[in-house]
Design a protein around this ligand. Structure first.
Ligand code: CS2
Length: 483
């Protein structure tokens, strides 16, 4: 039907590139890319972005025929607002020509390489934050100069720059990890050390790895979204993004030779010296409850977060988790009122125009649980506070990775450890053993398992199996403890 509608096309020449971005998903194109475009519009500068896909050519194939421009649709309850983003100078699919990408990254015009490669793209051990040297892709990247991981590309490109006498670029992580700059630094220097100690030393002293806190809710774009956009806009866009109105980016102001776009001119950006308090707040308050709602909501049969939020029990549950478990677990950034922050989050979760699937958020739980939930549980345990809501969420994750939902139907579990988790769950003779087996995954839970936490998890797991997620959520916020 939309075949007769003309394709979106570029109306102005591309901006000269100053940034290479690895991991060109919908999140980056809805968040940092728009902020960078706003900064260029405000203050100029050759800060166009070369967008790179590392895993699949799909986005390149969609963007190239339309001159690498795309529509960003802001979805608010009052209705959609569209803008066309021109900030991508080029879009490439790395595995097709790794040499060409390394050349681009070594070009002195490129002063920043930014990343949204998701937690697993850092090839790190979530419980320690260090490079996972045994990761087979990292092993490959040590022995060949044509890498396949984002970390490999960073190190090999920095190697070329050093050899050519070019200053290093800034590595700008835009992933949801606490201290994402530190994690990026650990893994880049970790890999460089395996290749060339001198290179590692040069990177450590000359490159910069600012941490950032990124925040905007961006569900995956569906075919139906594209059809609807075509019908309402009168042009076809094969790569639009749909995002909520809220946007925040807290950036540590620490760039190589202070070279960066004028980020501070864009709405939602805060340039700071220390991102850690903002990141902790966001990952615990937003991502921690997002993941909790994803596992419990999925098991209770809800398709999206906004649907989950229509259920008064889930709404009460998430509010009690914020006020009784998460807010007391950390010190807020100066001047931030956490109750007000929680209220704003609730409004964002309830936005009916955003169809963020519980299944999408449930993805990659093994990479997300430590920083989103387990840290909060540990902090509460140290302070002698109960944490029943988040314990229930971890138990729900355990149910989820077992791969069978409450109706007995299979769950499509997407996680780098999916097979291992499923095998551990299947190997348990009963629920108690399933919990014990899953707790043995050191990458997630570390080595030091607290026996009381194990007992509480076991009880929560038993309750989930016996009564289902919906009943457990109701019981949880009404205060009757799991027995
Ligand atoms: C979500 C995040 O998919 C997920 O795991 O929790 O992508 C979340 O929407 C963003 O971090 C919001 O800033």
């Amino acid at each position: 039907m939309t075949d007769q509608i003309p394709r979106l096309s570029r109306s102005s020449p591309p901006i000269r590139a100053g940034i290479v971005h690895l991991g060109l998903g919908a999140f980056f194109r809805s968040h940092a890319a728009l902020i960078i475009e706003d900064a260029i519009n405000a203050k100029g500068g050759d800060w166009g972005i070369i967008g790179v896909s590392l895993r699949s050519p799909g986005i390149r194939d969609s963007l190239q025929p339309q001159g690498n421009v795309y529509t960003a649709v802001e979805m608010s309850p009052a209705g959609p607002k569209t803008r066309i983003a021109h900030v991508l100078s080029d879009v490439i699919f790395a595995p097709e020509d790794p040499e060409a990408l390394l050349d681009m990254m070594a070009d002195p015009a490129i002063r920043i390489v930014s990343l949204t490669v998701t937690e697993k793209g850092y090839c790190y051990i979530p419980s320690s934050g260090e490079l996972d040297i045994n990761n087979p892709d990292i092993q490959k990247d040590i022995s060949t100069s044509h890498p396949s991981t984002a970390i490999g590309y960073l190190v090999r490109a920095l190697e070329r720059r050093r050899r050519a006498g070019v200053r290093p670029f800034t590595i700008l992580s835009c992933d949801n990890l606490p201290n994402n700059g530190r994690v990026a630094r650990n893994v880049v220097i970790g890999l460089a050390k395996c290749i060339d100690e001198d290179l590692a030393g040069w990177i450590a002293s000359e490159a910069r790895f600012p941490s950032t806190m990124v925040d905007r809710i961006v569900p995956a774009t569906t075919q139906a979204d594209k059809e609807q956009l075509a019908a309402s806009c009168g042009y076809r866009d094969e790569a639009p993004v749909f995002h909520e109105p809220f946007c925040q980016w807290v950036v540590e102001d620490n760039f190589v030779d202070e070279m960066r776009p004028a980020f501070e001119t864009a709405a939602g950006v805060h340039m700071v010296q220390d991102v850690a308090p903002f990141e902790r707040m966001k990952v615990r308050m937003l991502n921690g409850t997002h993941s909790s709602l994803a596992y419990l909501g999925y098991l209770a049969g809800y398709e999206t977060i906004s649907e989950t939020m229509k259920d008064p029990d889930f709404r009460q549950f998430v509010q009690s988790v914020w006020s009784e478990e998460i807010i007391p677990s950390f010190r807020p950034p100066e001047g931030v009122d956490l109750q007000a922050y929680a209220k704003e989050l609730l409004g964002r979760y309830c936005n009916p125009a955003i169809k963020h699937r519980t299944w999408q958020i449930a993805m990659d739980g093994s990479q997300k649980l430590p920083q989103r939930i387990l840290g909060t549980i540990a902090a509460n345990r140290r302070a002698g506070r109960r944490c029943d809501g988040l314990i229930l969420a971890v138990a729900a994750w355990m149910r989820y990775v077992g791969g069978i939902d409450e109706k007995g139907d299979p769950i499509e579990v997407r996680d780098p450890l999916a097979e291992k988790l499923r095998a551990l769950s299947d190997a348990g003779a009963d629920g108690d053993e399933e919990v014990t087996n899953l707790l043995s995954v050191q990458e997630i839970f570390g080595t030091d398992i607290d026996e009381d936490m194990k007992d509480e998890l076991t009880k929560a797991y038993r309750a989930l199996v016996a009564d289902g997620a919906q009943a457990c959520v109701t019981r949880q916020w009404t205060g009757s403890r799991l027995t």
